[in-house]
Design a protein around this ligand. Structure first.
Ligand code: IMP
Length: 196
């Protein structure tokens, strides 16, 4: 079993990533399990934040690292909250308050288009000059009210018109199949053998 440090402590994302790596003989350990504190995410792009998180986790653990940065972008808000998704309603981070704030901000808005975006970064060591970078986007709409109790984050208000449900009403396998992170993960896994 090869070990890989996951530069995230988000339980929902970990569930999705761990399920994908286990069949490959790769054992992901979270940075939290290794006592590594969370990195700062000061940048305005997903890719810069993901790289910073991966470097931080790899430098602190001495292991190859995988980091994810993701968020929800809303067309009527010019792509916000984007990299600020986790803290959209301020500190302490709360999915419930974030969802409520987004519904409030979009009250009366007709253009409900939104998309999730995810960037995954894999590095073999902290100074790796060739990170593997994979991205994915998942398009939907912001619902008028929350529905479903699966997933995490904005899933109860992420409406999928072609499915007639929110992403919180999908099971894990269906979400992996469609989601921004699922797409990024498949791209990353296809490229991993040539790098690691
Ligand atoms: P990060 O941990 O800085 O990448 O924060 C990403 C934030 O974007 C999460 O805390 C959620 O609010 C939101 N997000 C990203 N991916 C998803 C998803 O698959 N479902 C719901 N919310 C998501």
């Amino acid at each position: 079993m090869r070990r890989l440090v996951l530069a995230s402590n988000n339980a929902g994302k970990l569930r999705e990533l761990q399920a994908a790596f286990a069949p490959l003989g790769i054992q992901p350990v979270t940075q939290g399990e290794l006592g590594i504190p969370e990195a700062d995410e000061p940048y305005v792009t997903f890719v810069e934040n993901a790289l910073a998180k991966a470097r931080h986790a790899s430098a602190a653990s001495g292991l190859p690292a995988l980091a994810d940065d993701s968020g929800i972008c809303v067309a009527a808000l010019g792509g916000a909250p984007g990299v600020r998704s986790a803290r959209f309603a301020g500190e302490p981070r709360s999915d419930g308050r974030n969802n409520k704030r987004l519904l409030d901000v979009l009250h009366g808005e007709i253009d409900r288009r939104a998309w999730y975006h995810a960037v995954l970064v894999f590095i073999r060591h902290a100074d790796d000059p060739q990170p593997v970078i994979a991205e994915g986007s998942w398009h939907g709409e912001i619902a008028l009210e929350p529905r479903g109790d699966g997933g995490f984050g904005y899933d109860p208000i992420f409406w999928l018109p072609e499915r007639g449900c929110t992403s919180a009403e999908l099971d894990l396998a269906a979400k992996q199949d469609l989601s921004h992170r699922g797409q990024a993960l498949r791209t990353l896994l296809a490229r991993l053998p040539e790098h690691w």
